[in-house]
Ligand binder design. Structure first.
Ligand code: NAD
Length: 361
């Protein structure tokens, strides 16, 4: 335990200085490219409905390839997006992507339990990695992903699209600049009604459970509004549909204590529609609703409104991450940011088991 804590500490501290490693690939080939080639791994809902359409709007990257276990999907995507056969992979021949100069970035959009394996295989193939949230089911997995990316001199970005949204950045600014003094209390909720019964979200081995999926949005709301990392948590897991949620929680309520004394009550659920953030400061307040939607995040605070236009959140996210790769500047949400959340997620699960407060170092 002690060793793991020390290793974690050095990773997190290390991230402040060596966040962005120079990249062999960028130095040789990609730097000359005006647009980086992205291969999407996993062609489910998010790839199909959000990322692929966003990649038709991006200026710094394009949909260069796909990795799928389904030949029917491969054919459909090939036709729709004009993807050459040489850029279409399955899970077995995926590693040969190493020899494909069209692909600069592999974007892992699989169930969470598969993020580690495919991020690591991509890194070993010399490709930069974009990985969806939640980064992985455990802190150990996240640490392994960060290490392999570093060892292979590739960069790792987590798909925290909201951190690229100017509306999120505005509530972060208000906290950071202490516009209304210190944050005193936060309430944050992220959830929707999921009618599915046998999806990975209900399957523990695949990384299901609402905490990693919707819970990280509520956790991010609290972390970003305070600009601090929680030092202690309490949590309660529950379900109103035990016939469906046999292995994982349908609803997670969790409470966070921050070093400054700020307190947060967070909610996430597959049974309740909600998307809001409320912050009370020493001398003011802020309300966002929605706060983590794909588009239309907006709100108000004691002194004004927050309602910045944004054309496409995912396109902005991928473009900004590609600019960071091209210029070797800092990523907005690198692997270390995903790890920070999973550290808290692990503590939250521990708190549901012992019923008391779990402290986080
Ligand atoms: P999905 O179930 O719609 O798609 C998952 C894909 O993985 C499918 O194409 C499926 O065929 C494939 N797959 C490969 N092996 C599998 C296996 N053993 N079991 C199940 N599926 C397997 O899921 P999704 O909603 O697209 O989510 C994928 C990832 O994207 C998750 O990490 C999720 O949290 C994330 N996501 C992020 C956002 C966001 O706003 N950032 C939104 C939705 C999903």
């Amino acid at each position: 335990m002690h060793n793991r804590r020390e290793a974690l500490k050095s990773l997190v501290i290390g991230s402040a200085t060596a966040l962005f490693s120079p990249n062999v690939l960028l130095a040789s080939t990609s730097k000359k490219k005006e647009k980086l080639g992205i291969a999407l791994v996993g062609l489910g809902y998010y790839s199909t409905d959000l990322l692929a359409p966003a990649l038709q709007m991006t200026e710094k990257c394009y949909l260069a390839g796909i990795v799928t276990g389904s030949p029917e999907k491969a054919e459909k995507w090939k036709q729709k997006y004009n993807i050459p056969d040489k850029n279409i992979y399955n899970y077995q021949n995926f590693d040969s992507i190493a020899n494909n100069p069209d692909i600069d970035i592999v974007y892992v959009v699989l169930p969470p339990s598969m993020h580690k394996e495919y991020s690591i295989r991509a890194a070993r193939a010399g490709k930069h990695v974009f990985c969806e949230k939640p980064m992985a089911p455990s802190v150990n997995d996240c640490m392994a992903m960060i290490k392999v990316c570093r060892d292979n001199k590739v960069n790792l970005a987590i798909g925290y699209r909201c951190q690229h949204d100017p509306n999120t950045q505005e509530y972060m600014r208000i906290g950071r600049e202490k516009l209304y003094g210190k944050v005193k209390m936060i309430s944050c909720g992220a959830g929707y009604f999921d009618a599915r019964t046998t999806h990975w979200k209900q399957n523990k081995a695949l990384g299901g459970g609402v905490m990693g999926d919707m819970g990280v949005y509520a956790l991010q709301g609290a972390r970003l509004a305070t600009g601090e990392e929680p030092i202690a948590v309490t949590a309660q897991a529950s379900t109103t549909r035990p016939e469906i949620y046999k292995e994982v929680e349908e609803t997670m309520m969790f409470q966070l204590q921050f070093p400054s004394g700020a307190l947060a009550a967070c909610h996430s659920s597959y049974g309740i529609n909600m998307n809001y953030l409320q912050v009370n400061y020493e001398k003011g307040w802020l309300k966002m609703e929605p706060f983590s939607a794909y588009l239309g995040n907006k709100g108000s605070h004691s002194g004004g409104i927050i309602d910045f236009p944004i054309k496409n959140q995912q396109a902005k996210q991928m473009d900004e991450d590609c600019v960071a790769l091209m210029n070797s500047t800092q990523l907005i949400a690198p692997g270390e940011e995903g790890l920070r959340d999973i550290k808290v997620v692990e503590a939250i699960y521990q708190a549901t088991k012992n019923g008391g407060t779990v402290t986080i170092n």
